[in-house]
Every structure is written in C-alpha cells, then in structure tokens.
Design a protein around this ligand. Sequence first.
Ligand code: ZN
Length: 665
Amino acid sequence: MPEKKEKFYLTTPIYYTNGLPHIGHTYTTVVADVIRRYKRMRGYEVVMTTGTDEHGVNVERAAKKAGVPESEYVARMADAWRSLWDELGLTADEFVRTTDLQHVRTVQWLFKLCRENGFVYKGHYTGQYCIYDNAFVNDAKPGDNCPDCGRPTETLTEENYFFKLSAFQKPLLDFYKKNPDFIQPESRRNEIISFVEGGLKDLSITRTTIRWGIPVPGEEPHVFYVWFDALTAYLSAVGGPDYEKRGMWPADLHLVGKDIIRFHTVYWPAFLMAAMLPLPKQVWAHGWFLMDATKMSKSKGNVVLPRPIVNMLGMDALRYFLLREVVFGQDGNFSYDALVTRYNSDLANGLGNLASRTAAMIEKNFAGKIPKPAEHKPQDDVLAKEAQAVIGEVLERYEKMEFARALEAIWAVIASVDKYLTTEQPWALGDSEADKQRKATVLWTSAEVLRMVTVLAHPVLPQSTDKVWALLGQTTSLGAFELDGLRWGQLAPGTSLGKSQSLFPRVDKVEAVERIESMANEELNPTQPAPAAATPAPASTPTAGAAAAAASVAAPERIGIEDFSKVEMRVGQVKTAERIVGADKLLKLTVDIGSEVRQICAGIAQFYEPESLIGRKVVVVTNLAPRKLRGVESNGMIVAASVGPEGRPVLAGFHEDVEVGARLK
Ligand SMILES: [Zn+2]
C-alpha cells in the first residue's frame, strides 16, 4: 500500500430539478456508488459528487405554478432528491446545489479566468422567442410556433456574452488523440470527434431574458446560461477556486447519460482549457433503460420509480438487476418481469440459497463453527482453482466498467459450488471419522467460496453481502476489505457463524409484479390523504385513547351523532396473520367480522408477532372503502391506540367476552 492513498474523484450529472428521480437517474447514481465502493476496496481515497441543477426558466415556471419563490421551490426539490438518495443508500460524499454560494463564486471565478485569457466577448444572440413563456425556443426558425404553448414566436435579439468555442477545435482534437480513453465507450468517442471536426460555433453563455440564474458580476441583468453554470458544479463541489487545497480535482470520472455527452466532452474541457485548469480524465456515457423500446418519460406515463421496487425486493435486487441486465454503455430494456425473474433465479436461488444451505449444514454438523478441512480430493482443488482465478477476472471487469461480465463471472462460481455440493452430497455422509473429515472438507470449501464471492460482489450488493459476511462470522468491515489481498484459503476454521438472516426471500412473480405496479401507481397518482391521517402509521389507530386525545388537540371541531353513526365498527376475530415481504411495518390479517371474513392490513408488524394475534378479538372499522397498502388490498381498519412519541400501536380490546360481529356504538 502507498503511504498516502491515491485519490479518485467521480461524479454523477448534476440533476435538473424539474422533476423527481426515476430509474434513469437511479441507474447513473447506482453505477457511481458501485465504482466508489470498488475503488475504496482497491485502496483509493474516493469522493463521489452528485447534486441538483437549480437555475433556469423551467424552474422559474415550476415555482410560479407552485406559487412559491424560486429559492423555496428549489430547496424543496433538493431536499426531495437528497432524501431519496439517502433512502436508497446512495448518499454521495458531496451534494452540490447550483444555488450554493460556493458554486456561485466558482462560476463567476471561472468566467473571470476565461475572460482574462481572451476567450469571452460580448455579442448578440438572435433567436425565436416566446413572449408568453419568456424564453428562447432553441432551434426554432422564424414563423415557428412555441412548442410549449403553441403560440407564435418572435425574432428577438439580445446582448449575450459568448465563449470562443471555435478556438478550441484543434486543442480538443489534439487532446482526444493524446487521451484515447477520455471519451467512453469507443462509439461515443468517434461520434464526438466527427462532431468537433465538423467545426465549432461560439457559444452564448449568458442571458438577459432569464432572471433566475447566477449574475455575471458588474454586468447585470446578465445571468449565466445552462452549461457554463451546471458543468462547473463538478469543480465547485471539491473546492472551486481553492481546488488545490482539497486535492481532488481533476475528476477521474464523469458519469453521464448519452444525451449529455457532448456538453461534457466538448464544452467542459474547452471552458477548463480557456481557464488553464486541469481537465477531467474520463467521461463515460451510459445508455438508457427503455420501456417497450421507448425512452421513459413522465409524459408517456412509462416512468419506472425506484421506491416501489426497493420496497418489494430490496435495494440490492435493483442494483443487481441494473448492472447485470445490460452491458454498461448500451441501451437496455426494463421490465418488471425480467427484474423479478432475475431476483428469484440469481439472488434467491443463487447467492441466498448458497449462503443459507451452507450455514445450515455447518450449524447442524459442526455446532456452528467453520470446520477444519482434511485431505483434499481433486474436485476440491478444481473448485479452489476456479475461485482463485475468478478474482483477477472480476477485478479486471470492474476496472473496465464491464459490470455485467463481472457479475456473470461471480455467478458462474456460485453455480460451480452448487454443482459441487450436489455431487459431493455432504448431507448423505455418515458419522464415521472418514465421513466426518470429508464433510468438513466439503463444507469448509463451500464456505470459503461463499466468502470469496461475497467479497467480490460487495460493491454491487453492499447490504446483502454485509449480511453474508456476518453470517460467516466475520467481524471486520467488508467495505474496508482490500480486494488486492483476497486469496483462496483465508477462511479460518473454528470461526463461529453469526446469526442466520433472511437474505432474498423467494417471491411469486405475478404477485410481486402486481404489487410493484400498484405501489408505483400510488406514488405517481397520490390519492387524498385520509381525514384521520394524524398518525404516521399506514393503518389503524384512529379513534381510541391517546390518539383521540392527540387528534382532538389538533382538530377541536366537534361532530354530531349523525356523523359518528356513519362509522361502522364491529368486533372481529383474527383468523390468520402474516408478514408482508417488502413492507416491514405491515401485517396482513384475515379477520372474521361475523357476516364475512375480511383481508385487512395493519401497521403493527413492529410491535406484534403475527402468531400472537391469531384468535384475538379486535375492533374493526368495517365500512371504510377498500384501499391498497404497499400494493396489498386492505378492506377495513383495525382500531388501536397510538402510544408515546413514536406512536406505538396498542390494539383496542375487551375485558369481557364479546360476540364476533357485535356493533360498537
Ligand atoms: Zn410559449
């Protein structure tokens, strides 16, 4: 290891805040997170930046529509983005907002450098302008209508500052030649080179018709326009004018979608050349996930959201699918069907099954301690050799961003150990000394392969590999494991296994897809919150006890008896109760209410064991309209008190025996 760690700085795009993240943004951010974890395991000091692009006329409009000042609108959007990334375990090291003071200073500083070096001049921009939307319509010709509002555009000329992009044709072509890895993948590189060879026009970098932007100092009403502002965020995130102190610039990797590669490989290096600042090392453009071969967009209604998938299958399942399903750099198709199929075959039946069966056999035969292997047979050595060989291959694949190939190689080893177990049949061996020794060798070998694939898969499956790691009795941090030190044979006999944990419970495909779609639908078309939504729990807890007291403080309005009589409550008896995969807080109950048996979901899973509820009498609101919770239909509501600051639910009940179906009055 070098004394001082080598640095690695990578970025996702600075996402535009006119909407919320869908699977496309999630994909880029997941890839960045995988690379970050991988590089850390290779001994680098890594910084990953993401953020929000908060200026421009679209934000002005959206804020106006929402009836709030722009600053408030973008603060809300930035919060929403940040908290979704946190929820998905994708917290970046730096989250830059283009309204941050540090960023404003950096953009103004970069402009000053470009201007001092003679690459900025004042000129005029003429284009088609929509006076209703207060915006230029890019690429429109005189006589064209505005694509947003359909009204005629007017030809308008405004004073702009221009960047002399034309001066950088040769320097850029020279730079691409000297740095053949700068633009990836290869196909994009050729595209960009021919674009630059075709000649570059100077670029307007300020506007006077936009209000919501970073002011050009001393040149008001000029504000910076789109790319000069947004691209600079990569630099402002790691120190801006003081970048040398932080030591992270230049970026080692900008990850982008293929639609914005030109701005990153032409404009951005040109701005930096003009300012005489160091250039990024690489820009990688990935493809899109398509739904039925078309690009996802909210207006087409085919947007895939990350949260419903994560609720149902877990974040690791989504990460695995995104990286395994398509070759990085190309377009891929997204389908829930393929997602759930991969989940069941590769995660539940693959890694999950290997971990649980290996641990169970060690538990049963060796009192939960990793056995000491005895004499090897050739088939043991074949597997050992395969596992050792895959290390180099996987590292090379990660290094080249061939994630699908890396995972394929890891899963080939998982298949080999499954086959090995099937052939060796350790469960069929008896209690003779020879049999015991053979059992020990086979189970140690399997556990050692499991350990190795766990380490190698960690960048992609951080949460579940942490669980397998603990299951194998390992107490070090897996994220800090040095990949370069990974060798066959490091699993120490005698290590006590950790507690077994549920990794990837198998799911029914039809049901899983239905529930993901239903949750996505809930998120895209939120219904009105229920009137008694004073409680955060997704079900139960309306009227009784503490909840009622709390609610009456918040809502002192009184109701007449005729309002109360609209609510029908009956005594019910719980018939069955089970947990719901993908919904930690919910239990699915069937409740006999006298006239019928109903399915009801209740938000009590963290406080009541399902078995303890069977046979219990509860109070049910029976005339509540059916609704779906986490995609599961709930037909009624169980009444509970909400106790304490965290709102612990306590089910309402009776001290005397009551008849099922009796009405509460
Ligand atoms: Zn218009």
